[in-house]
Design a protein around this ligand. Structure first.
Ligand code: IPE
Ligand code: IPE
Ligand code: MG
Length: 255
């Protein structure tokens, strides 16, 4: 990559500007307590509320949460249906509160697979909060990194076919401008709870230079202190974006 625009230092008092989280381990949290898996998802919603509140206070600009992957439809029908209900009830009870707290909600993923009720709730949340300038809360629902790149490519192809783009060279910037996260800075810190160390088709393109942090803690147990620990780990790292460590120290603003 020759253009370093996306490699600009993402620092706000050393805090990451954008934190992206795979909230994993709800099912195991419940099973450990001999409870049905859905109880783990309910407990997971509580953890989400605490983390959103913390990010608002800490002036994190963007928090992206993987709520439902394009592969999660493969789960038992009952679990999928309970998750969909939980989305609707959570959105119904939280949208106004998010708005009061100046949070801007953005939903990424293929919404068309959802019920009209859920699609309407997502749209309601996005439009009510669109002018807020506090934390941007990105909910990835029916999201897949492969989907995101292919929908971006489709949009670019349509624009070329219809004459809206004169240049037919498909640059990295052009793809990036059509991703569902086009309006956001790249994630600085990626966290996955639950002990697995994989991306599971989350933000594939966007994670190119993100710092990774894995914890065995199950999502419902992930607290603001746990997030602070992840942020402390992030702060202790040197991000080089292809340069040498000496360049980073001697010319920190040379990107
Ligand atoms: C993550 O927790 C939540 C969703 C995928 C919706 P899991 O449900 O994957 O929990 P485990 O991994 O089975 O413990
Ligand atoms: C990833 O978790 C998706 C979400 C957290 C929404 P999964 O639990 O579905 O991931 P895999 O299938 O174990 O990789
Ligand atoms: Mg899981």
């Amino acid at each position: 990559m020759t253009d370093d625009s996306q490699a600009a230092p993402s620092i706000n008092n050393g805090n990451p500007r954008h934190v992206a989280i795979i909230m994993d381990g709800n099912g195991r949290w419940a099973q450990k307590r001999f409870m049905p898996r859905v109880m783990g998802h309910r407990a997971g919603v509580k953890a989400v509320k605490n983390i959103v509140e913390f990010c608002g206070k800490e002036k994190i600009e963007v928090l992206s949460l993987f709520a439902f992957s394009s592969e999660n439809w493969r789960r038992p029908k009952e679990e999928v249906s309970l998750l969909m209900k939980l989305f609707v009830t959570t959105l119904s009870s939280e949208i106004k509160k998010l708005h009061r707290n100046n949070v801007k909600l953005l939903c990424i993923g293929d919404k068309t697979a959802f019920s009209t009720e859920l699609q309407a709730k997502l749209t309601e949340g996005e439009s009510l909060t669109q002018n807020n300038d506090g934390l941007t809360l990105v909910i990835a629902a029916n999201y897949g990194g492969h989907w995101d790149i292919s929908q971006a490519a489709t949009q670019v192809a349509d624009k070329i076919r219809n004459g809206f783009l004169s240049n037919t060279v498909i640059t990295e910037e052009l793809i990036a401008q059509h991703l569902s996260t086009a309006s956001l800075p790249e994630p600085d810190l990626f966290i996955r709870t639950g002990g697995e160390q994989r991306i599971s088709n989350f933000l594939l393109w966007q994670l190119a230079y993100t710092e990774f942090y894995f914890t065995a803690e199950l999502w419902p147990d992930f607290s603001p202190d746990s997030l602070q620990e992840a942020i402390n780990s992030f702060k202790g790292r040197q991000r080089r974006f292809g340069r040498t460590g000496e360049q980073v120290i001697n010319q920190p603003n040379s990107l």
